[in-house]
Design a protein around this ligand. Structure first.
Ligand code: NAP
Length: 300
């Protein structure tokens, strides 16, 4: 069985997989997608709950997403997860959105309804919330938070989730400032009590911002490649900082290395992957997810 399937494969899915003992019924769409560890938790979950099916990775390019989503019901899929770069685009491509997807303005989970229509949901925000609590023992709501990459899909979800949970102060950093302005406007509308500042993520802007925050979240894709540059100057971390990197491959990014060396508490994105996956499973199947099997699948 190939590790990663293509859009071409999806179009011919039923024929291609006719000989499989367990039909491919769930997938993650992304580009890149080979790094995704979602199959490692969803396949044990399917096995544990006796649901006949398997979860596969599909390399779907940006321009292929509309057609790929339409193929889901045609090819007998029950649902899919979306990762880079599809989460924002999917908002306009599904038939309806849950409150969570509407508020977080991104879709990471799609469910195929019995009539073949698609519902878009978001479990990244609540998944992040559970992961941060598990890692550092405190809820998002009680902390002043800096989000790196706040204009991307995961960053927007993190920002809105933090505000919805009552975070007192948010600093939103993004290389492309225009992308984060709408996030700031949305948060001001949703929860005026949360103070919101926008910065461009330059070393100078981070030097000014870091002393005033408790939790630093990396929601950018910087760090996925081992030779990526440092996002934050190493000498600005404080021992009281908590640093959560949504990236989990590599296990320890340069950001986490530098923060840990300064005495800060750090955690990678594996627990967020787990919890967003648990919530996605529960959305697809309307039943409790086997968290223990999923955790073991990820080696957590
Ligand atoms: P996305 O929508 O494509 O957003 C990417 C973000 O990274 C944008 O803010 C982008 O800034 C920023 N960025 C990219 N290259 C940059 C660079 N060279 N310098 C500075 N900023 C840069 O992707 P996403 O879906 O939000 O995912 C972002 C990351 O979160 C990925 O690493 C993904 O694997 C991770 N994630 C993990 C989980 C989990 O469960 N652990 C869940 C969701 C996402 P611009 O706006 O300027 O382009």
């Amino acid at each position: 069985m190939a590790e990663v399937y293509s859009f071409e494969d999806l179009i011919h899915w039923n024929a291609l997989t006719a000989g499989w003992q367990l039909p491919g019924r769930l997938a993650v769409f992304g580009d890149p997608v080979a790094h995704s560890r979602s199959p490692q938790m969803h396949n044990p979950a399917l096995k544990e709950t006796g649901i006949a099916g398997q979860y596969v990775r599909l390399l779907i390019r940006e321009e292929e997403l509309p057609a790929a989503l339409r193929e889901l019901s045609r090819q007998g899929f029950l649902g899919a997860n979306l990762t880079i770069p599809h989460k924002v685009a999917a908002l306009g491509l599904v038939d309806r959105l849950t409150d969570s997807a509407r508020h977080l303005r991104t879709v990471n989970t799609v469910r195929v309804e019995p009539d073949g229509t698609l519902s878009g949901h978001n479990t990244d925000g609540p998944g992040l919330s559970r992961a941060v609590e598990e890692a550092f023992g405190g809820p998002l709501g009680g902390q002043r938070i800096l989000i790196l990459g706040a204009g991307g899909g995961a960053g927007r979800a993190a920002a809105v989730q933090s505000a919805l949970e009552g975070c007192p102060a948010l600093v939103l950093a993004n290389r492309t400032l225009a992308k984060v302005e709408s996030v700031a406007a949305e948060i001001r509308g949703l929860r005026p009590e949360t103070s919101v500042e926008i910065i461009d993520g330059s070393p100078e802007s981070l030097r000014r911002a870091l002393p005033g925050v408790d939790l630093i979240l990396n929601a950018s894709s910087v760090g996925m490649k081992v030779d990526d540059p440092a996002l934050v100057p190493a000498d600005v971390f404080l021992p009281r900082h908590r640093v959560y990197d949504m990236i989990y491959a590599p296990e320890r990014t340069r950001l986490l290395e530098d923060a840990a060396a300064a005495g800060a508490s750090v955690a990678n994105g594996l627990a967020m992957l787990l919890w967003q996956g648990v919530l996605a499973f529960e959305y697809w199947f309307d039943r409790p997810a086997p968290v223990g099997a999923m955790r073991r699948g990820l080696g957590l």
